[in-house]
Write a protein that binds this ligand. Structure first.
Ligand code: AVJ
Length: 328
């Protein structure tokens, strides 16, 4: 039995580099002009995060289990190459994928510390405690903040960081946003740091379509949840059930697009600023893009941001990629 006294989880707030638009800013800009669109980050309140967890377990939604299986397979190689003193994970959530990396650390006698970076303090502490239970040697230095607000104040506590950005979240950024984000990450990184990036790959449109149109309707609920968030946060009165979930694969842009389509006209009132949004039947709001890469387009994106590809791991079908890259 391990009776060692464990240090509590340290949780540090990471100050924003720049101000990020508020929900109202994004609503004012995104819903009162056409084509209507919202940033994908607003799905994730408590209910939205629970729905996303459910999505990850759906039979049609292959990315999570595919990335997880791939990580299980290649974590040894990743750790052997990166030999990190610290694993920094951006958007760590419940840190479910990190388990494989830490197991590989233990195996390689590479007792890295873990720095999960996420917006939610409670989740950071919960996830940190769970990992420390599994890996008694682990030091967790949680970082609370918004990685979208910049990385200038993200602490570099060692010279060998493995910076992980997993789950395919990079796909939710436009090409311009991805480039800006990866360039910023590159600027944060030192010569011995490594980037580990997870990204979903283009494949048969029917498989992509099914992953975002599950039979159980969980993705539809997840999509509509953004309207619930807006209702609550901005005192709006979206008639949530009257918006249809519509997700399609756009092969020209190589991206899934999720929309909410008004099934009837609605005048949406916002308590904030007394704003009124008039929607007619058929009006749509694009709530998310999820880009699907080829091996080449993914590598090009990473290289363009100032990285060299060290290793590109890919799953068997359905295809998913993990790219290990170093700054050039
Ligand atoms: C957050 C990128 C993992 O784009 O596939 C799942 C979010 N949206 N179903 C994705 C999502 C609809 C997801 N990621």
């Amino acid at each position: 039995m391990n009776t060692a006294i464990r240090l509590p989880i340290v949780c540090e707030a990471v100050a924003a580099t720049r101000a990020v638009p508020s929900l109202w800013d994004d609503v004012a800009r995104g819903l009162f002009t056409t084509p209507r669109q919202l940033p994908a980050k607003y799905f994730y309140d408590e209910r939205g995060s629970q729905l996303f967890d459910q999505i990850c377990n759906l039979p049609e939604y292959y990315p999570t289990r595919t990335e997880n299986a791939l990580l299980a397979e290649v974590s040894d190689d990743i750790i052997a190459r990166a030999r990190p003193a610290t694993i920094i994970e951006l958007g760590s959530g419940m840190s479910r994928k990190t388990h494989h990396l830490l197991k590989a650390c233990a195996k390689h006698d590479c007792h890295a510390s873990y720095a999960p970076f996420d917006v939610c303090d409670e989740v950071l502490l919960l996830a940190g405690a769970r990992l420390m239970h599994e890996f008694p040697w682990l030091k967790v230095h949680a970082l609370s903040g918004d990685y979208g607000a910049g990385l200038d104040h993200l602490p570099r506590r060692s010279e060998r960081n493995l910076v992980a950005f997993l789950g395919g979240t990079i796909g939710n950024f436009t090409a311009a946003e991805s480039h800006a984000f990866l360039t910023e990450l590159r600027a944060f990184m030192g010569p011995d740091d490594r980037l580990l990036l997870g990204a979903d790959r283009v494949k048969r449109p029917d498989m992509l379509h099914a992953a975002y149109n599950d039979c159980a309707g969980v993705t539809a609920e997840f999509n509509r949840n953004v309207l619930r968030v807006i209702n609550r946060e901005l005192g709006a009165d979206f008639d949530v059930e009257r918006y249809a979930h519509y997700a399609l694969f756009n092969p020209v842009e190589s991206q899934i697009e999720m929309h909410l389509v008004a099934m009837r006209a609605q005048r949406v009132k916002f308590a904030i600023n007394d704003a009124l949004l008039e929607l007619v039947e058929g009006d749509s709001i694009r709530t998310e893009i999820s880009r699907k890469f080829t091996r080449a387009s993914l590598e090009a994106m990473v290289r363009d941001a100032g990285f060299a590809i060290e290793q590109h791991y890919e799953s068997r079908a359905p295809a998913f990629s993990l790219v290990l890259a170093r700054p050039t």
